[in-house]
Design a protein around this ligand. Structure first.
Ligand code: ZN
Length: 298
């Protein structure tokens, strides 16, 4: 999720960019870092299809399901969202009669609790985009799991849903496709050239570092981040490096005892921004540093 103050280009999913990145694994990319457009996956097996994320609002969801139907030749379609944030799936209710929705339990709880709040917040903070959210409702998933779930799509295409919550959101999921290649969809646990967003009191850097290590241990050949360009296993590793650097620098400066905590936060945030001048969500660099006081302060 990102509510940066950039001049917003309308977050419209562009299906003409769809690419088959491994056999039966299709990605509709985020239109070259368009804010509020996620990378969307469509995984096609002999038995069924899985859609991963549907974009911001009902119109995008309709575009995504149309692509999924085109690739599926009448096979049943499953749908999951990487997590509960608006640009990943608000509006999927308009296609819920055509799909079997899979969420983890924490994700469903979080969506029920925060969905209406986020909907109001986005409508108020970005009025130009509010019409895109008309008709959004929050619907119960058909299948819920805790921890881990495997789905066999046929054709040697198996999907593993894994809970990684408590880093970017309560219900974070990683979705690992095991087929001709292992492809990991990370949601916003990994972003390419975006600072990580810590949106509420359930988002924290230290657990995020832990979740990134666990994503790396899945040894994916291809990694599809929530936003930004796809890559290989270096993506979660590089993302962890930025959080680890913040943690190390804060520890060093605290250890030296020369600066008060507030100055340490400013200094390290400035260092992160110097290191990554081309990353978006710059307002979140400082938050990541100040969050390193958690859980000591909690
Ligand atoms: Zn998010």
């Amino acid at each position: 999720m990102s509510t940066g103050t950039h001049q917003l280009k309308a977050p419209i999913v562009a299906p003409n960019g769809i690419t088959e990145i491994a056999s039966g694994v299709w990605v509709i990319p985020d239109s070259d870092h368009t804010l509020l457009v996620p990378n969307i996956g469509i995984i096609v097996g002999a038995r069924a299809t899985l859609v991963i994320d549907t974009g911001f609002g009902p119109d995008n969801a309709r575009v995504v399901i149309q692509e999924a139907r085109r690739l599926s030749a009448g096979r049943p379609i499953y749908l999951t969202h990487t997590h509960c944030h608006p640009e990943h799936g608000f509006g999927a209710n308009v296609i819920c009669g055509e799909v079997t929705i899979v969420y983890n339990e924490a994700q469903w709880n979080e969506l029920q609790e925060k969905g209406p709040v986020l909907l109001r917040m986005f409508r108020n903070q970005i009025p130009a985009l509010a019409p895109m959210l008309d008709g959004v409702e929050f619907v119960r998933p058909h299948i819920r799991y805790t921890g881990f779930l495997t789905l066999d799509l046929g054709d040697d295409q198996t999907v593993e849903f894994r809970e990684f919550g408590g880093a970017h959101s309560r219900g974070d999921q990683g979705i690992l496709v095991r087929g001709s290649k292992s492809v990991l969809f990370t949601g916003d646990l990994v972003e390419e050239r975006y600072f990580g967003m810590l949106g509420d009191s359930e988002s924290h850097v230290l657990p995020w570092i832990d979740r990134l290590k666990r994503l790396e241990q899945l040894n994916p050949e291809v990694v599809v981040p929530g936003h930004g360009h796809m890559g290989g296993p270096e993506l979660p590793a590089d993302y962890r490096a930025y959080f680890e650097l913040a943690r190390r620098r804060v520890a060093e400066l605290r250890g030296s005892g020369e600066l008060p905590e507030a100055d340490i936060v400013e200094r390290v945030a400035a260092e992160l921004l110097d290191l990554h001048p081309d990353w978006q969500n710059q307002n979140w660099a400082r938050k990541a540093v100040s969050d390193l006081a958690w859980p000591a302060r909690a």
